[in-house]
Write a protein that binds this ligand. Sequence first.
Ligand SMILES: NC(=O)c1ccc[n+]([C@@H]2O[C@H](COP(=O)([O-])OP(=O)(O)OC[C@H]3O[C@@H](n4cnc5c(N)ncnc54)[C@H](O)[C@@H]3O)[C@@H](O)[C@H]2O)c1
Ligand SMILES: N[C@@H](CCO)C(=O)O
Ligand code: NA
Length: 436
Amino acid sequence: MKPINVGLLGIGTVGGGTFTVLKRNEEEITRRAGRPIRITAVADKNLELARKVAGEGVKLTDDAFAVVADPEIDIVVELIGGYGIAKELVLKAIENGKHVVTANKALLAVHGNEIFAAAQKKGVMVAFEAAVAGGIPIIKALREGLSANRIQWLAGIINGTTNFILSEMRDKGLPFAEVLKEAQALGYAEADPTFDIEGIDAAHKVTIMSAIAFGVPMQFEAAHIEGITALDSVDIAYAEQLGYRIKLLGISRMRPEGIELRVHPTLIPAKRLIANVEGAMNAVVVHGDAVGATLYYGKGAGAEPTASAVIADLVDVTRLHTADPEHRVPHLAFQPEQVRDLKVLPIEEVHTSYYLRMRVDDKPGVLADITRILADSGISIEAMIQKEAPEGASQTDIIMLTHLTIEKNANAAITKIEALPVVQGKITRLRMESLQ
Ligand SMILES: NC(=O)c1ccc[n+]([C@@H]2O[C@H](COP(=O)([O-])OP(=O)(O)OC[C@H]3O[C@@H](n4cnc5c(N)ncnc54)[C@H](O)[C@@H]3O)[C@@H](O)[C@H]2O)c1
Ligand SMILES: N[C@@H](CCO)C(=O)O
Ligand code: NA
């Protein structure tokens, strides 16, 4: 059977892993795909690296546009990253009638609408399993496995770097900067690690999942994004005492009036399976009306786990290469004309519950004043701890967990509580999700 020819753009961590796994498992992969999948051209601006990894028998170049223009190439695999040259290359590949496989979540979350429209018009596939949660087949699950369901919400630990940092801080009490350096050395972090720690990478990934779960366009620009840099280790410890873990979650929920799309540190009950996902591992919970809650777990980063997803896409594209475009799975799970223009809700409209930590004067009646404000705002309290004031101290910490409310309601109550003379400084507020 005639091989399918692949042009690889970027042979760094993921590109190198893809080359290695494809070679090692060639026989198994061919048995699945029905024909051999061969990387026949590699472009990397670091030619020395390309030579070292790909060796003889492959066309090597430092000009990625030459691969995209090569008439012998059937599928272009984009593993360069970023929104700059990667966007030009992907659009050019599509224009030249080539299928595209990419791990580039930033590119798809920001420019996906344009890229998928171009691919649809040209009748080519753009596959992106590696872009979300690395090796976990979450795109496949959302797009195909759960297609009977009205998906109601999804929530995931989808950034390995930040989960690694939170785990190490909690278990070993190590400082943030030190753990970040370790995550970078292990190859988990983005080229610019602020994308990880400020929640941007997780927002890219939840944007993509939200689009294919709910049949809406990519709306990255409307996502609410908070990272872990403002998180205080005292809150990690208090959350623990209350039976919760703090994780950086990407959350998207379908509501009749719009979509919630947000990334922020979140308290989740310690007894949930996902609360126990540690280190650089990823996990996503997807809730469908028929199936209920489903959980997907595995390695979200690293050379071979990510290559596993890239190659699964290569197998899919190879199988469907000759199929009529109408018989292929739609790029974004829903038929293109069925994508709905449902907007992302502002963060003030989200439904969630809260962890509140405040420093108060250690006087009688303080608690009554605070609980009255919450009650007047219709916010009920689920749990509370009041720390014993240390010997001779005149102030103490109160930590409260609330029931579900609307964010703007919580904001108004917090402003009123902060205005009480007995409350010192700002209240620390974290969102909580029950994930049931
Ligand atoms: N590393 C991971 O664990 C992981 C996981 C999932 C997704 N991704 C995504 O995969 C993509 C690649 O990530 P990576 O970690 O392999 O990056 P990397 O930096 O290890 O590799 C990128 C490669 O592209 C080459 N390159 C850069 N500019 C180029 C150009 N103009 N022309 C040709 N080559 C060029 C570089 O020399 C390098 O070898 C990114 O989009 C990233 O977000 C990475
Ligand atoms: N920087 C990303 C890589 C995988 O997308 C992470 O830490 O999850
Ligand atoms: Na994946």
